[in-house]
Design a protein around this ligand. Structure first.
Ligand SMILES: *Cc1c(COP(=O)(O)O)cnc(C)c1O
Length: 345
């Protein structure tokens, strides 16, 4: 039997139909495509970090519970004291999310063999309240995912509608706060009010995208169950040490996040100057904008020729026709982007 035939027999059709998350090469380009923090660490902090790593016992398994890192995360992410935190495991059961949103919810649901139901957002990318409440009431999805702020649109959903959803949902409502560093809004302090609320965070957008480290906060009873799906020693020693070290210096990352928020406003104002672009409000570290009809692909290609990589969303979903997404970079990078765009428009 050929490999192809064996794959067709063993791999579920839904998985065969998925494509892997594609990341375009970025060498030599101004990188404004992936919501990374553009600032690096001061030299003395880098030196101190290397000293921490020097002492790492890499011949040993990591701390199985990452206790030290958990405690630093709890403080850094302002998780309420009575809540027990942590697991980077996927919550495991994805069923419903408004769309367009983070594509991994659908991907993970499919990989886990669950049905995924994407609920269209309104034209301004706000939650369709009636539809969400009706679908939750009738279908009672096991899990509803809400990116808050949403990616790739950048907006915050109405917190009152989310509270209504929490009240009518039997299943879990997972509020994904990947962009928490760039907004004042959060459901972290509401964890005690709802048994079915989980809050996800990542350190990626804060400035540690290379670590691959995230966390989940919620009721101890739920975390106890979800923790069983976590693979042993899933957070390596270097990640534990680096995460703990970096988050003890959280003031630096907070300062960088403030700078990114300030730059976001400058970038939004710059984009707003171009007639013909629709610029969507953002509470994240990126901005979604809509190009004049039919021009997104050419603008994306033109920017790439000018050495600037952003994200082209045209063609990814009907609601995102002619849309492009730019990550907030360093002031010089943002200016280079606006200058290049001015030449292309
Ligand atoms: C980036 C992002 C994440 C998580 O990113 P990781 O780097 O995999 O931690 C989660 N949710 C949303 C909405 C995101 O945009």
């Amino acid at each position: 039997m050929s490999t192809r035939e064996i794959i067709d027999r063993l791999v579920r059709p839904e998985i065969r139909a998925l494509s892997a998350y594609h990341v375009p090469p970025a060498a030599g380009l101004i990188k404004l495509d992936a919501m990374e923090n553009p600032w690096s660490w001061p030299a003395e902090l880098q030196a101190e970090w290397l000293q921490v790593l020097q002492a790492a016992a890499l011949n040993r398994y990591p701390d199985p519970t990452a206790a030290e890192l958990q405690s630093v995360l709890r403080t850094a992410m302002e998780v309420p004291d009575q809540m027990i935190v942590q697991t980077v495991a996927e919550p495991g059961r994805v069923i419903m999310a408004p769309e367009p949103t983070f594509v991994m919810y659908r991907q993970i649901a499919t990989v886990c063999g669950l049905a995924f139901s994407g609920m269209p957002l309104d034209d301004d990318f706000s939650l369709d309240r009636e539809r969400m409440l009706t679908v939750i009431g009738e279908q009672q999805p096991a899990v509803t995912f809400l990116a808050y702020p949403n990616n790739p649109t950048g907006n915050l959903f109405d917190a009152n509608v989310i509270r209504e959803m929490l009240a009518v949902a039997d299943g879990l409502v997972v509020v994904d706060e990947a962009y928490a560093p760039f907004t004042d809004a959060s459901f972290m302090s509401s964890l005690g009010e709802y048994d079915n609320l989980l809050v996800m965070r990542t350190v990626s957008k804060l400035g540690l995208a290379g670590l691959r480290l995230g966390m989940l906060a919620g009721s101890p009873a739920w975390l106890e169950q979800i923790d069983k799906t976590r693979l042993p020693y899933n957070i390596g020693t270097l990640n534990q040490l680096t995460g703990s070290f970096a988050l003890r210096h959280k003031a630096l990352f907070d300062e960088q996040a403030r700078a990114i928020r300030a730059e976001r406003e400058i970038l939004a104002a710059g984009l707003g100057e171009f007639a013909g672009l629709a610029v969507y409000p953002s509470e994240a570290n990126f901005i979604l904008f809509r190009a004049p009809a039919g021009r997104a692909d050419a603008l994306y290609a033109g920017l790439q020729s000018a050495g600037i990589l952003i994200k082209n969303l045209h063609g990814s979903a009907d609601a995102l026709h002619d849309c492009l997404r730019v990550t907030v970079g360093l002031p010089d990078e943002n200016r280079a982007f606006l200058d290049a765009l001015a030449r292309l428009l």
